[in-house]
Design a binder for this molecule. Structure first.
Ligand SMILES: Cc1ncc(COP(=O)(O)O)c(C=O)c1O
Length: 399
């Protein structure tokens, strides 16, 4: 058996379910989950209706899908990425854009492509982080090196204590901007500093931008925008990942992209051809339509804004919070230990939240997730308001 599998941690939600398994919530309160980052807004009808075209769908099922993607989808992705990132040179749909089955599998696959497991390599990643990065790095034969994302650095990764020796061994850096769980956005300057490091030490930057379209006021910059605005039109070593899951409320479609450096993507495509991760053709057609439409994305953003306002307003006197620049999360401090807090919330209010410690690792005696919880405002407005009211009503018991 693959011994690397022994190094994988249980998923945060498994830990949460174990934590609260013995707790009996009040009988009269239905469970409200703010734990899972799964969008709950209705998938857009105009996209779902595409699946009513029986002939087209039948053709789709009768075809082996091309791993590289159908030209229509590659073009739609290239056009979205070029437009959204104000690129000086548009993305070449033929060599710089590949459809993927959601960012999750692609963020995993990029490690299998970028890491040279024949030497002692490390993969840098934020801490707290999306757990796939860690498993991907381990299964690719490298060692995760956690980069703290704390309040003192605006919850963005602080690379200052990464030594030159570590940069030399680094083949892959994961960043997540907007970040999960904090919603923090890396600045163009910070992205460019990382690109300059990659010039010096030659590693791939995998930028997970799956929350990029859910923002409060201005669109967050992406890695390719940073590269372009420093005159880097070959996007060397830069790969950006995004999907329709959060942008278009289509987490079940499993549709996203990897976009950027053609040389890296050529190797990525080779890996994917063997791995067998092509997207079903009918899903590619629908995805192409989704990437070309912005109206539904704007409406979706408005719904999140409404929820942040309602939720934070109800709690402002007991548990004040600030909306992050982007994402659908809140990442507040807890008045008691985060895991105890999560347990009490279930026991008294039947509201499920994710303890911060489950999203991060302890490094040198410090776990940057301790003392915080992640709240995902994914439920409908009324349900989010109900959760906030319940928390407010029992706040005195959460001390
Ligand atoms: C930071 C981050 N990256 C990637 C994903 C995966 O999303 P998908 O595979 O649906 O694109 C998630 C899902 O919650 C996430 O939070």
């Amino acid at each position: 058996m693959n011994s690397f599998l022994d190094q994988l941690h249980p998923y945060p939600f498994e830990k949460l379910n174990a934590l609260i398994s013995d707790i009996n919530p009040p009988d009269d309160l239905a469970n409200i989950s703010l734990a899972l980052g799964e969008p709950k807004h209705r998938a857009p009808d105009f996209l779902i209706e595409q699946f009513a075209d029986i002939d087209a769908i039948s053709k789709g099922f009768g075809t082996y899908p091309p791993t590289k993607g159908i030209p229509e989808l590659r073009e739609a992705i290239a056009s979205f990425v070029s437009r959204r990132n104000n690129l000086n040179r548009a993305i070449d749909p033929d060599t710089e854009a590949i459809p993927v089955n959601g960012t999750r599998e692609a963020l995993f696959a990029i490690a299998q492509t970028a890491v040279n497991s024949s030497s002692d390599q490390i993969a840098l990643m934020p801490n707290p982080f999306y757990q796939i990065y860690e498993g991907a790095a381990i299964l690719a034969g490298s060692t995760p090196r956690f980069v703290p994302c704390t309040e003192s650095n605006g919850f963005n990764p602080d690379f200052s204590d990464v030594s030159d020796e570590e940069w030399q061994r680094c083949s892959l850096v994961y960043i997540c901007t907007p970040g999960n769980p904090s919603g923090a956005v890396m600045s163009i300057a910070d992205l460019q500093a990382l690109i300059k490091k990659s010039d010096e030490f030659d590693f791939v930057i995998a930028s997970d931008e799956c929350y990029s379209e859910i923002y409060a006021s201005s669109p967050p910059p992406g890695l390719l925008e940073a590269a372009s605005s420093m005159g880097r039109d070959d996007y060397k070593n830069c790969i950006t990942f995004n999907s329709l899951s959060k942008r278009s409320n289509l987490p079940g479609l499993r549709s996203g992209y990897a976009c950027g450096d053609a040389a890296v993507l050529e190797r990525f495509l080779l890996y994917r051809t063997y791995h067998g991760s092509a997207m079903a053709v009918q899903n590619q057609w629908v995805s192409a339509i989704a990437w070309q439409d912005e109206a539904h994305v704007g409406s979706n953003r408005k719904l999140y804004t409404e929820k942040y306002e309602v939720f934070m307003d109800i709690l402002k006197d007991v548990w004040p919070m600030k909306r992050p620049e982007a994402s659908f999360y809140l990442w507040p401090k807890t008045p008691i230990a985060d895991d105890e807090f999560a347990k009490k919330l279930i026991a008294y209010a039947n509201v499920k939240v994710l303890p911060g410690r489950y999203l991060s690792r302890e490094v040198d005696g410090t776990n940057p997730g301790v003392g915080r919880v992640r709240l995902a405002l994914v439920a409908e407005v009324d349900e989010c308001a109900e959760a906030a009211n319940r928390i407010k009503a029992i706040w005195h018991k959460l001390q």
